[in-house]
Design a protein around this ligand. Structure first.
Ligand code: SAM
Ligand code: SF4
Length: 325
C-alpha cells in the first residue's frame, strides 16, 4: 500500500503522537510558569492510539514517537508502547521525555517495546539544569540514561536546547559526556513560540556557533538515514558518542520533512508551526481504516511547504508542550 505523501512529493514514514499536554517541569523556554490546566477534549485512549497507529503502519509508517507535554505522566504509558510495538511493520517506538521517572520505569518500558529514547537535558551543570527546568534532578535523570544504556536500548539520545546561558562551557561538558558513552547529544536551536518571544530575543543562539565549535575541534558530519529526523550529527575519533544540531531556522529545513503529528486529543497537525489541525478522533471509535485514510489523505493535500518562523510567525503554537516539538 502506498505511503502517505503530500502535494510536494514528501513521504511520511514517521509519526509523532502527543500523549498529553500536561508537564511537571517548568522549562524557561516552554512552560516557565508550569502547566496551566485548561478544559479540553479527553486524551486518546490506548485503544484509540492503537487504531490510529494501525492505519499509519499499514501506510508505511514504521516509526512512532511518543511525546507531550510529558508522556511519562500517563500511567498507561507501558500499555501504549506495547500496543504500538505489536503492530505489523513497526520497527521503532520512540519517546521524548524529560527523564524525571526514567530510572524507575525504563526497564518496564523497554520490556514493553520501547526502542528509541530521547531525554531532554539542557545542561550538565546541576545548578543550571535546576534553573532551566525548575527541578533539581539532573543526577537522577542521568542515572536513568545510564540504565537505558545498560539495557542496550537500540538508540539513546539527549536533546539540549541551545540557549545563551548554557553554551559557555556547555559544549565541552557534553563532549566529555559522550567520550565514553554511545549517546548522541543533539542541540536544538531555540524556536520562537507564541509565549516565549522575549526569552527568544535574549537567548537564541544560531546553530552556526555550534558548527564552528565542532569543526574547530575535528568533529565531522555523518550521512543521514531514511527515517532520521532533521538532525545533522557529527562524530569524532576520540569520542564514542556523537554531537549534533537541529537547526529549524536553516534554509531548506522543511524540504525533507518526513513527519506528521497527532495531538493528545487526536488532531492531525500538518506543521509544528501551523494552525489548528484536522480532527481524526471521531473516526477512532471503531476499526474502520478507510474513512480515516481518506481524511488523512485529503488533509495532506494542503500541508504547507514550510514553516514561517523566519518571518516571526509561529502559527497558533503558544509553546511546544502543546505538540511535543
Ligand atoms: N517533555 C518532554 C521533553 O521535554 O523531552 C517532551 C516534550 S518537549 C516539548 C520536546 C522537546 O522540545 C524537548 O527536547 C524540548 O527541550 C524541546 N523544546 C521545547 N520548547 C522548545 C523551543 N521553544 N525551542 C526548541 N526546542 C524546544
Ligand atoms: Fe515540559 Fe518538555 Fe516543555 Fe520542559 S520542554 S516544560 S519538560 S514539555
Amino acid at each position: 500500500m502506498e505511503t502517505f505523501a503530500d502535494g510536494f512529493g514528501r513521504r511520511f514514514r514517521y509519526l509523532r503522537i502527543s500523549l498529553t499536554e500536561v508537564c511537571n517541569f517548568r522549562c524557561v523556554y516552554c512552560l516557565p510558569n508550569g502547566y496551566q490546566k485548561v478544559a479540553g477534549p479527553a486524551l486518546m485512549t490506548p485503544l484509540e492510539i492503537e487504531r490510529l497507529g494501525r492505519v499509519f503502519s499499514q501506510r508505511g509508517v514504521a516509526k512512532f514517537r511518543l511525546t507531550g507535554g510529558e508522556p511519562t505522566v500517563r500511567r498507561d504509558l507501558g500499555e501504549i508502547i506495547g500496543r504500538l510495538a505489536a503492530l505489523q511493520g513497526v520497527n521503532k517506538v520512540a519517546m521524548t521525555t524529560n527523564g524525571w521517572n526514567l530510572a524507575r520505569h525504563i526497564d518496564e518500558w523497554a520490556a514493553a517495546g520501547l526502542t528509541n529514547l530521547n531525554v531532554s537535558v539542557d545542561s550538565l551543570e546541576p545548578d543550571l539544569f535546576h534553573r532551566i527546568t525548575g527541578h533539581n534532578r539532573l543526577n537522577s535523570v542521568l542515572a536513568g540514561v545510564d540504565r537505558a544504556l545498560d539495557l542496550a536500548l537500540p538508540s539513546v539520545k539527549l536533546n539540549a536546547v541551545l540557549q545563551r546561558d548554557a553554551v559557555g562551557g556547555g559544549f565541552d561538558r557534553f563532549a566529555d559526556y559522550v567520550r565514553s558513552r554511545p549517546v548522541a547529544v543533539r542541540f536544538i536551536e531555540l524556536m520562537r513560540t507564541g509565549d516565549n518571544a522575549a526569552f527568544f530575543e535574549d537567548q537564541h543562539v544560531p546553530g552556526g556557533d555550534l558548527q564552528a565549535w565542532l569543526t574547530a575541534r575535528g568533529w565531522t558530519p555523518r550521512p543521514r538515514g531514511a527515517d532520521d529526523g532533521p538532525a545533522i550529527e557529527y562524530s569524532h575519533p576520540d569520542h564514542l558518542g556523537r554531537l549534533g544540531l537541529i537547526a529549524p531556522y536553516s534554509p531548506g529545513f522543511c524540504d525533507s520533512c518526513n513527519r506528521l503529528r497527532i495531538t493528545a486529543s487526536g488532531k492531525l497537525r500538518l506543521c509544528l508551526f501551523g494552525d489548528d489541525g484536522v480532527d481524526l478522533r471521531h473516526l477512532l471509535d471503531r476499526d474502520d481504516a478507510e474513512p480515516l485514510e481518506a481524511l488523512i489523505e485529503s488533509a495532506l493535500s494542503i500541508k504547507p511547504r514550510g514553516h514561517r518562523l523566519a518571518e516571526g510567525r509561529s502559527g497558533d503554537t503558544r509553546n511546544l508542550s502543546q505538540l511535543g516539538g
